[in-house]
Design a protein around this ligand. Structure first.
Ligand code: ZN
Length: 114
């Protein structure tokens, strides 16, 4: 846990949030500024800065993250139509919270940039 990290604080219960799904490794919340009809953030419970800091030791966490994404997509009715999973990495990608998170976007036909 990183004390000044919003997602760590959400996981620790220090910041109120509504988790729409959860497993041993990750939890899911709705993006407060959705860029598609369905926009969910999948967040590992362990603090990882971003995709640049991943190594083999994170393999199980990443599996948990993607499996949670699959379950959220199914629950949101997106499994057949399709959806996008995306990581933003660093400032040029618009990453605003330095705690790895996977965007799940869907509910409309997505363009190449989302
Ligand atoms: Zn964190």
């Amino acid at each position: 846990m990183v004390a000044d990290c919003l997602f760590c604080r959400m996981h620790a219960g220090q910041v109120p949030t509504t988790k729409i799904a959860e497993n041993a490794h990750a939890f899911a919340i709705r993006d407060i500024n959705p860029r598609a009809p369905i926009h969910v953030l999948l967040i590992p419970k362990q603090h990882i800065d971003d995709a640049r800091s991943l190594d083999w030791g994170h393999a199980e966490i990443l599996a948990g993250l993607f499996i949670l994404a699959k379950e959220v997509a199914r629950n949101e009715g997106l499994a057949e139509r399709g959806y996008r999973l995306a990581f933003n990495v660093g400032p040029d990608a618009g990453m605003t919270i330095s705690h790895l998170h996977l965007h799940l976007l869907g509910g409309r036909r997505l363009g190449p940039e989302g």
